[in-house]
Ligand binder design. Structure first.
Ligand code: GTP
Ligand code: MG
Length: 309
């Protein structure tokens, strides 16, 4: 359903709303009247009507517990190539969920993204998955050469792995959101089982600087996460996002996630892993606030072949 189909929205208002990041009926339904008023350039009463109409038009999906269980049975787990990390995650990175890797620079977030881009493609007979990957690269750190190395390390054909790695470069936060908004056809066409967003937050930080813009930024990030969550749910795919945060050793046993963007992201990710550098080039992943798994830590390393114990 298009925005224009809602009452009180003409072509001009629809365009303004889209420019402001309201791309879908759902995004309107969860908005508040003040933002719709401001972005759409309309009166508050009209804004409220539009939001109500958006809510009314949304299909309400109720499921029985049995149906939820059936759906969870179709859930896949992508192995990470580190048995310690797999164990921490209860088997691997889950589909129908968002997993966030956050940590300081060089903590291994991008390397894990590359490893998972390869591992989602491990043939179906071994993992029950064997799908392709969309790699949303915001920092220009995607390296096909590294994919080749990791694929070789996994005993896979590097050429075919690269062929099934679909890369999108996002140049700013709006671009990033539009890519996710338009990605559905690619998901179906290429049988995508994993979306990597590396980094989730860097453009949002750059594009919304200053105090006054904090609320806008969080709202946009929230919507972006919501779009990703919906894709993971509808297509039984895994979403993996990265988020750079400053190392704060002094603060470590408090909340290491108080950084910019951390709060909103924290509430919509299903699994959150905090990565930190450790002695001898080792990396430590700590699982935080998982709804279904015990908190704990895993040690892994980044080697030529990719991620290993
Ligand atoms: P930011 O994006 O800067 O926040 O960092 P990140 O968390 O994405 O770090 P990244 O995954 O890029 O990890 C960098 C670390 O992985 C480096 O310090 C290296 O130790 C290791 N690494 C990266 N590339 C290679 C490689 O090709 N071979 C090997 N053996 N190690 C690598
Ligand atoms: Mg990185």
């Amino acid at each position: 359903m298009e925005l224009e189909e809602l009452p009180n929205i003409g072509a001009t208002t629809a365009e303004k709303l889209r420019d402001g990041g309201f791309n879908s009926i759902e995004s309107i339904a969860v908005a508040n009247p003040a933002e719709i008023k401001e972005i759409g350039g309309i009166g508050e009463a009209v804004a409220a009507k539009i939001i109500n109409a958006a809510r009314d038009s949304m299909e309400m999906r109720f499921m029985t517990g049995t149906e939820v269980l059936e759906k969870r049975k179709t859930m896949k787990k992508i192995p990470t190539s580190s048995s310690a990390l797999d164990e921490l995650l209860g088997g691997g990175i889950e589909s129908q969920a968002i997993t966030e890797f956050f940590g300081e620079f060089g903590s291994g977030k991008t390397q894990i993204g590359h490893q998972l881009a390869v591992n989602i493609q491990i043939p179906d007979e071994e993992t029950g998955i064997g799908k392709s990957v969309i790699y949303l690269d915001t920092e220009n750190t995607f390296r096909p050469e590294r994919i080749i190395q990791i694929a070789e390390g996994a005993g896979m054909d590097p050429e075919s792995v690269l062929e099934n790695t679909i890369v999108a470069r996002a140049y700013n936060s709006d671009h990033q959101m539009v890519i996710i908004d338009r990605v559905e056809s690619v998901i179906k066409e290429k049988n995508v089982g994993l979306i990597v967003v590396d980094s989730l937050t860097s453009h949002f930080r750059a594009d919304y600087t200053g105090r006054g813009m904090l609320a806008d930024r969080q709202q946009k990030l929230n919507r972006h996460m919501h779009d990703l969550q919906k894709l993971s749910d509808m297509h039984n795919l895994a979403v993996v996002v990265t988020n750079q945060v400053m190392a704060r050793p002094d603060f470590f046993f408090g909340d290491p996630t108080t950084s910019i963007g951390g709060h909103i992201v924290g509430h919509s990710s299903t699994f959150r892993l905090y990565l930190r550098k450790s002695k001898g080039g080792k990396r430590v992943a700590r699982l935080i606030d998982s709804p279904s798994l015990p908190d704990g830590e895993a040690i892994f390393s980044v080697v030529k072949e990719g991620i290993r114990d």
